[in-house]
Design a protein around this ligand. Structure first.
Ligand code: DGJ
Length: 737
């Protein structure tokens, strides 16, 4: 075998292999381009006819020179078009399958072919590399650059494309995916999610059959409500927590998305993900690059747990705002007051915040609107001036009082929205998304502002900016988004209505970029009438997200469990509320799975309940570095076992937190067998202490016993969960010998 190779240290190798496929000897004829991370490789190959195909995605080989031999060991019959495994399938030429890109050229022609021109690699850091592959149509002046950003340590890859042309007139992009990846296995098992308000992240896992399975959203302002863009595909059999090959993927886009999963005639799986082209043929002017959002994925050959830890550490290291930093515990007033509060009530709540021991008081919906006061969800959105009756001295006065009480202060805002009953609607009807000739249709009595319009972007930016200007100590923003888009129409876009869905999200990101440029560190919660906007496109501007308005702790165990496959605990805002029938301790223990907050009436708590909450906040302060930055392991699945159990382990495996919850309330259910711990050092010795006990109770766990990591991971430990002890939090600490 003759070959020449260039190694890009650590992250990415580019090899020109000749001879393996018997297709000639010149390097330029068969270029093999592996993108490698610590454990994974996606390998592209330039065919002699200059098509770029994916020849492998999976566990990386120890010798990258062998990737070129992969196609030779498959005998899967005819690939008629020669492009079933195209790295970016163009429509209208030889292609017979779902395309990644479809266009109408300036001359009205619908055909596209994309041929390799060159590729290059940029080493961004020791961990991160960026491969770009330039493709060009041999007939039209039309090109696409494919990007592969690889995160070596995290085993994560982001893929996107940039589309550009220099034709004489506009080209219409009929479809414009971010990524087109190919998997090869005997069978494919898709775990997808569906839901609705208060029912987020419900999983379904099924075997994919031939044809196309589409995951998508057409909600406009957000990806989720009915279906988030996150999914998993296991190869050959459904991966378990610790075994099996599985790919996790998601589009980093906060609007309409579409992911097609197609088993091709050779039984390979093609996954094409991007902005949904629904109602969105995009007019692209010459010389204007169109950048698609990134599709992020990770591949694990050690089950779902490893894949989730990959994504979690990638998010903390690279995506979330301040992913390695601090977060504030808080008291929110939404469920304790709803719209009914005034300055006096807020003064009391500030004192309660202090009494509880959390860091911040978060003032929720209802503080604004005068002509149309925000006393219910029927009016006021858009009029972001303090309501003079409720807050005669303004937000700044509350903020000052918070400061003198020694707590931080933050506010809720929903700046993209407008109630028809508002000054804003009366003044700027042309800023509102609605069909000019049709009846308005509302979700939660509100409409959406047209963020494709730069003036509206400016307005939204200044709404946020003025909050900080009025109160420079403003420490937190909860950014809500309760409505989807009905009757999509923008006055601003005139004849270009099909650009609307794309330009809305771009407009939102422009606003968020401006806010982050001026306020890079301020914590912001991403909320969307529950968990509707949890995606990595939005999360790069936020420190945390609101998983659901459903805070029933049993429901939350299931939701938080599924969210945790894709998002780290530090990003999950979990509030203790009065939803559900579980005891206070159970509710607090469940909220500790992520970032702890409260939304209960503190002055109605009994003495013991208050004491418990105060102690819980201080316990949480001790263990939060492990929960936020540790590695998460799922131990016992609430969907198959009576007890849900998971743990977080710190980097040097000296400390861990194990959270256990009873989820089956049938007679005599509980933790009958030991639960195997994970992530500990088998050579270390550990002691286990029950923490977060209710004031009147004592633990049945003997905290003086010492166990080896080997024992705990092989035999396990019984947290003694039963109907008297429905939730148990354990702290596991290495013992110095
Ligand atoms: C929906 C959010 O999910 C709730 O937490 C709350 O902020 C309300 N909106 C306020 O209107």
């Amino acid at each position: 075998m003759k070959n020449s190779s260039i190694f890009y240290r650590g992250c990415l190798t580019v090899i020109c292999i000749t001879g393996l496929l018997g297709t000639g000897s010149a390097c330029a004829q068969t270029v093999t381009i592996p993108v490698e991370t610590a454990e994974t490789a996606i390998v592209l190959q330039v065919a002699p006819n200059k098509d770029v195909n994916t020849i492998y995605l999976g566990k990386k080989l120890s010798n990258p020179e062998e990737y070129g031999g992969i196609p030779g060991v498959y005998q899967q019959g005819n690939n008629y078009s020669g492009m079933y495994n195209s790295a970016y399938t163009p429509a209208g030429s030889r292609n017979l399958l779902e395309p990644a890109i479809a266009v109408t050229h300036a001359d009205g022609n619908n055909s596209l072919d994309l041929k390799y021109v060159n590729h290059s690699v940029t080493r961004v850091s020791d961990d991160v590399s960026l491969l770009s592959i330039q493709l060009k149509d041999p007939v039209y002046d039309f090109e696409v650059t494919l990007y592969y950003k690889s995160y070596y340590k995290e085993d994560v890859i982001e893929q996107w494309s940039v589309i550009e042309h220099h034709e004489k007139g506009n080209v219409v992009l009929q479809k414009f995916a971010s990524a087109n990846i190919n998997l090869n296995a005997g069978s494919y098992w898709l775990r997808q999610y569906h839901g609705d308000w208060a029912k987020e992240m419900r999983p379904e896992e099924t075997e994919l059959t031939h044809g196309i399975k589409t995951l998508d959203s057409k909600l406009g302002t957000r990806a989720d409500l009915f279906m988030p863009s996150v999914f998993m595909v296991s190869l050959n059999h459904p991966a378990t927590e610790d075994e099996g090959s599985v790919l996790f993927g998601s589009l980093e886009w906060s609007g309409n998305f579409k992911t097609d999963l197609e088993i091709d005639p050779q039984d390979n799986l093609r996954i094409i993900s991007g902005i949904n082209n629904y109602a969105s043929p995009y007019q692209l002017a010459a010389g204007q690059p169109f950048e698609t959002p990134a599709f992020v994925y990770t591949f694990s050959s050690e089950g779902k747990g490893k894949a989730s830890r990959n994504l979690q550490s990638w998010a903390r290291n690279y995506k979330l705002v301040d992913g390695k930093g601090n977060r504030m515990t808080l008291l929110n007033n939404w469920e304790s007051t709803y719209f009914d509060f005034n300055e006096n009530k807020l003064s009391e709540l500030l004192k309660d915040t202090k009494k509880l021991g959390v860091d911040l008081f978060l003032l929720d919906d209802g503080w604004f609107g005068n002509k149309y006061p925000r006393n219910s969800d029927h009016a006021g959105l858009g009029d972001w001036q303090e309501n003079r009756k409720k807050l005669p001295n303004g937000i700044a006065a509350i903020a000052r009082e918070a400061q003198s009480d020694g707590v931080k202060f933050g506010v809720w805002i929903e700046p993209e929205m407008v109630n028809p009953k508002s000054d804003l609607y009366a003044k700027h009807p042309d800023w509102v998304i609605k069909q000019p000739k049709r009846e308005e249709y509302y979700l939660r009595n509100q409409l959406v502002l047209d963020l494709s319009n730069a003036q509206v972007q400016d307005f939204v930016y200044h709404v946020i900016d003025s909050l900080f200007i009025k109160d420079p100590a403003m420490a937190y923003i909860k950014w809500d988004c309760n409505s989807v888009i009905y009757n999509a129409y923008s006055v601003h876009l005139h004849q270009n209505q099909s650009q609307f869905y794309v330009e809305y999200v771009r407009g939102l990101y422009k606003v968020l970029q401006r806010i982050r440029a001026k306020y890079p560190d301020v914590p912001m919660m991403l909320c969307s009438g529950g968990g509707g906007r949890v995606d990595y496109g939005a999360l790069q501007y936020f420190t945390e997200f609101w998983p659901s308005d459903n805070t029933d702790p049993v429901e939350r165990i299931f939701m938080q469990w599924e969210y945790s496959y894709f998002y780290p605990a530090i990003a999950s805002a979990n509030h203790v509320t009065d939803w559900g029938k579980q005891p206070l301790k159970f509710r607090v223990d469940v909220a500790m799975m992520g970032k702890l907050g409260f939304d209960i009436v503190i002055d109605k708590l009994s003495g013991n309940d208050l004491k418990f909450c105060q102690n819980a906040v201080s316990t949480y302060n001790d263990i939060k570095p492990i929960i936020w930055q540790g590695n998460q392991y799922r131990l016992s699945d609430p969907r198959t076992e009576s007890v849900a159990s998971l743990m977080y382990v710190n980097a040097d495996r000296s400390s861990a937190v194990m959270l256990n919850y009873l989820v089956n309330y049938r007679y005599d259910e509980g933790s009958k067998r030991p639960i195997r711990l994970k992530g500990l050092d088998s050579a270390k010795k550990y002691k286990i202490t029950e923490i977060n006990l209710y004031p009147t109770s004592t633990s049945v766990i003997n905290s003086t016993s010492v166990y080896s990591g080997d024992f705990l991971s092989t035999v396990g430990f019984n947290p003694v969960v039963n109907s008297d002890r429905t939730s148990v939090v354990l702290k596991i600490d290495a013992v110095k010998e």
